[in-house]
Design a protein around this ligand. Structure first.
Ligand code: HEM
Length: 397
């Protein structure tokens, strides 16, 4: 019945599809267009339980055959396999803790607070350049987090356009031509390996240099893990915040009463960001997990060795947890799962929240009459089950 997770209708309104799944088939078996079979979990309590259940593993590094084993005859799993790198997001403990600790220091609340003036500066400069009629996505929401994470990591600014292309293709994995995905992932990691070598030869005051130094001094990071950690930080650091800004602004423009409330009282902003993350967050489903043994989720038994996706978008609209389906910026939304849950909870959440607050404040202050300049039907959404984001958002203000 629900073989619709990959069509245009789903992309235009995933919430309608997930509402039906939550009600009728909360643990749903599906297959990607390239024949990779998986289970999709959609209720809030089941999603939270699945994300902390040790019988659900993310360790594809040490179990490389799992994805292929779930691929239908004639199917092609190489697109997915190419996007499962050796970093903290795709391992269990103890490897996870070892890899996560190496970068935790860069994302402490203190470090992020220190970055705030620079984020303000970058945001203001982008809006000065954008003028009064612009594409909120490409002229602002894409470059802002890319420039911030780029500075933190030490990626030269003129390399970003290429990196963004590789990154977009890599993470749209399951929906695109596998050959294209494999090529993008390979070019991307080759580039990062080269950049790390440059930093080894000539260290700078950036996170890549710090990671290379840890690798050299402590030997606690293999070459593959070094490059794949760099890959994760580049992708996670810029792909997501883009859609917090654009999905969030679109949601506010579609709910003028909520926008007016926020304009009247800017102190509501941090809470509003949480509600926007809940209501229409940037990530549709988390990255893949697999069952190490049979697991019962929401009354459905999933056999051992099968792939499981938890839908963050679906969980965040679960009426059982959040009540009637509406946008309410004064709601207490902090329990949303837009940043995940459990040991893989987003490492960059403090940075994303800081960027979000600055971005919305600047947009509200500079554009008292912001509006979308194309009809709703012309707003297109990115393909794939991972990201939930627009392809552009033309506005005038
Ligand atoms: C609004 C913006 C963001 C959202 C919604 C978001 C969401 C998420 C989610 C849902 C996960 C867990 C995925 C899973 O369990 O499969 C995650 C993990 C992660 N995120 Fe974010 N993220 C955002 C911004 C960032 C930023 C700016 C960074 C900075 C580099 C970042 C770095 C990471 C890292 C390193 C992990 C892996 C953590 C681990 O495996 O322990 N994220 N993020």
């Amino acid at each position: 019945m629900f073989d619709t997770l990959f069509d245009q209708k789903y992309l235009q309104d995933p919430h309608a599809v997930y509402a039906r799944l939550r009600a009728e088939e909360p643990v749903h078996r599906t297959a990607t267009p390239h024949g990779v079979q998986m289970w999709v979990v959609s209720r809030y309590e089941d999603v939270r339980a699945a994300m902390t259940d040790p019988r659900l593993s993310k360790d594809f590094t040490n179990n490389p055959g799992v994805i292929k084993a779930n691929t239908l005859p004639g199917g092609d799993s190489s697109g997915y396999e190419a996007t499962v790198p050796h970093n903290m997001l795709f391992v269990d403990e103890p490897d996870h803790g070892r890899l996560r600790r190496l970068v935790t220091k860069a994302f402490t609340a203190k470090r992020v607070t220190a970055l705030r003036p620079r984020i303000e500066e970058i945001s203001a400069a982008l809006l000065d350049q954008a003028g009064s009629e612009f594409d909120l996505m490409h002229d602002y929401a894409v470059p802002l987090p890319a420039m911030v994470i780029g500075e933190l990591l030490g990626v030269p600014e003129d390399h970003w356009p290429q990196l963004i292309k590789w990154s977009n293709t890599t993470i749209e994995g399951g929906a695109l031509d596998p050959e294209e995905v494999v090529k993008a992932a390979t070019d991307f990691t080759d580039y990062l390996a080269e950049l790390c070598e440059e930093r080894r030869a000539e260290p700078k005051d950036d996170l890549f240099s710090a990671l290379v130094q840890v690798q050299d001094e402590q030997g606690s990071l293999s070459q593959r893990e070094l490059v794949d950690t760099a890959f994760l930080l580049v992708v996670a650091g810029h792909e997501t915040t883009v859609h917090l800004i654009c999905n969030g602004m679109l949601a506010l423009l579609r709910h003028p009463d909520q926008l007016a409330k926020l304009r009247e009282d800017e102190s509501l902003l941090p809470g509003a960001i949480e509600e926007l993350l809940r209501y229409d967050g940037p990530i549709s489903t988390s990255t893949l997990r697999f069952t190490k043994e049979p697991v019962v989720i929401g009354g459905t038994e999933i056999p051992a060795g099968q792939l499981v996706l938890v839908s963050l978008l679906a969980a965040n609209r679960d009426e059982e947890r959040f009540g009637a389906d509406s946008l309410d910026i004064t709601r207490s939304a902090a329990q949303h799962v837009a940043f995940g849950h459990g040991i893989h909870y987003c490492l960059g959440a403090p940075l994303a929240r800081t960027e979000g607050v600055i971005a919305f404040r600047h947009l509200l202050e500079r554009y008292p009459k912001l509006e979308v300049t194309v009809p709703e039907a012309e707003l297109a959404w990115r393909p794939g089950l991972l990201m939930h984001g627009l392809t552009r958002l033309p506005v005038r203000g």
